[in-house]
Design a protein. Structure first.
Length: 114
């Protein structure tokens, strides 16, 4: 199983970024997907999730983030708007097939300069 996250980079306050996570080795259509982030010195936190049925939940971002998925492309996305320095973190995608089968990607770094 591989989850390949991409799309991070160095941006300025107020910019937008779209993160992508391409999955392989799993039946993507039955996976619940999530984006997490870990800022320097902090614990990893859940940012947003999307179920296999497409239901979304947001836990960070204050309405600035949108999670989506494309089952045909076996990918999940995180559109981030109005980025702020506090959004600086390594962003990870996560796939959950069932409680015993959870997978992590390698992370993509987002740095927002002030």
């Amino acid at each position: 199983v591989q989850l390949q996250a991409s799309g991070g980079g160095l941006v300025q306050t107020g910019d937008s970024l779209r993160l992508s996570c391409a999955a392989s080795g799993i039946i993507f259509s039955i996976a619940d997907m999530g984006w997490y982030r870990q800022a320097p010195g902090k614990q990893r936190e859940l940012v947003a999730s999307i179920t296999r049925l497409g239901n979304t939940n947001y836990y960070a971002g204050e309405g600035r983030f949108t999670i989506s998925r494309d089952n045909d492309k076996m990918s999940v996305y995180l559109q981030m708007e109005s980025l702020a320095p506090e959004d600086t973190a390594v962003y990870y995608c996560n796939a959950v097939i069932d409680p015993r089968n959870r997978y992590w990607g390698q992370g993509t770094l987002v740095t927002v300069s002030s």
